[in-house]
Design a protein around this ligand. Structure first.
Ligand SMILES: CC(C)(COP(=O)([O-])OP(=O)([O-])OC[C@H]1O[C@@H](n2cnc3c(N)ncnc32)[C@H](O)[C@@H]1OP(=O)([O-])[O-])[C@@H](O)C(=O)NCCC(=O)NCCSC(=O)C[C@@](C)(O)CC(=O)[O-]
Length: 301
């Protein structure tokens, strides 16, 4: 592209549909259909799929069968099948299921932290310490999430220094990267730019990923700003599945199809076959009895 920005040649997509997407779908998806979804995403070229989570199943019943999903998928070489783990118990369950790597999740807002994981931000960091130690012993990489980086459903606007503090804490304890979650999708290119102006010089773009929900239709624009700041790891969810159980009104992540389409148009490689991906999203939406949230999939229907 002929612009004054130095866009990357390639971007890695972190597909979160089977976890972040399905955890908030009201219609349950059968275990075998989750397995087909994960395998379909990998066949479409996604090299990193967040496959499930090992949280309290009373809190998130949609993920109660994550162990079965991990056991039943036919694994492809060089693909990361990741799991979300809130504490040591979750980590142990993830290891039993042979997850390739795990993610811990904190928030930049105290109220969201309490609602989501029933503890303060500081307590959450303390809970992650034994996970980090166990992961180090097991040789397993740990990703970190920070929710509510551009807004909180309970506290409103969140200031960049609060995001910087918790992101720094996660990196200091050994997370290899922090994914910045615009959980309720209220961010705009303006607020994303301000956030990254604070974070990138201190933390470095190569240790940051973006996790944008599309509730206000800003996700692609926000991702573009992330690329301009040098970020090359983008979370997205096939068909824009999901939302957040602790953030009323939050829609799903930006649709993977839409991210791939935008990046292809910019000449940025993702390794994903867009047509195959659209088919996977369609098939999953049919089973869920819902419409795709991908503008690209709708336009190609
Ligand atoms: C964190 C806890 C467990 C604390 O929950 P708690 O109630 O404070 O935990 P506890 O340690 O007091 O234990 C209570 C019960 O939970 C059980 N328990 C405890 N841990 C586990 C576990 N790992 N697996 C299974 N069971 C577990 C434990 O065994 C016990 O069972 P009981 O004795 O009552 O029968 C709870 O709050 C929880 O599960 N929260 C899950 C929240 C969640 O999954 N939210 C959605 C994911 S985050 C997200 O979507 C945002 C993100 C990442 O996508 C980024 C963004 O968009 O912003």
């Amino acid at each position: 592209m002929s612009t004054s920005f130095n866009y990357p040649d390639a971007v890695s997509i972190v597909e979160v549909g089977p976890r972040d997407g399905l955890q908030n779908e009201s219609a349950p998806l059968a275990t075998e259909d989750k397995v087909a979804l994960v395998e379909g995403l990998v066949a479409a070229g996604l090299g990193y799929v967040e496959t499930g989570s090992f949280v309290n199943p009373r809190w998130i019943p949609q993920m109660a069968d994550s162990g079965d999903v991990f056991q039943q998928i036919k694994r492809a070489p060089d693909v990361t099948y990741a799991a979300l783990t809130p504490n040591l118990k979750g980590f142990e369950r993830a290891m039993e299921a042979n997850a390739s790597e795990v993610a811990v999740f904190a928030a930049a807002s105290e109220s969201f932290s309490q609602r989501n994981i029933n503890c303060s931000i500081e307590e959450s960091i303390a809970r992650f310490l034994p996970v980090m130690e166990a992961a180090k012993t097991a040789g397993v990489r740990v990703r970190g999430y920070v929710s509510c980086v551009l807004g909180c459903p309970y506290e409103g606007q969140i200031e960049p220094p609060a995001v910087l503090a918790v992101s720094q804490a996660l990196l200091d304890m050994g997370c290899y990267e922090v994914s910045l979650g615009d959980t309720i999708g209220t961010g705009t290119p303006g607020s994303m730019d301000r956030l990254l102006e604070t974070l990138v010089p201190t933390l470095s773009a190569r240790r940051l990923a973006l996790h944008c929900h599309n509730s206000y239709g800003q996700a692609l624009a926000n991702i573009l700003v992330g690329l301009q700041h040098g970020i090359t790891r983008i979370d997205s969810s096939v068909a824009g599945l999901g939302g957040c159980p602790y953030a009323a009104g939050a829609s799903g992540n930006v649709a993977t199809e839409d991210v791939v389409y935008m990046l292809q148009g910019m000449g940025i490689d993702t390794g994903v076959n867009l047509d195959a991906l659209i088919d996977v999203g369609r098939s999953c939406c049919k089973k869920l009895g819902r419409e795709t949230q991908s503008a690209v999939a709708k336009a190609r229907s």
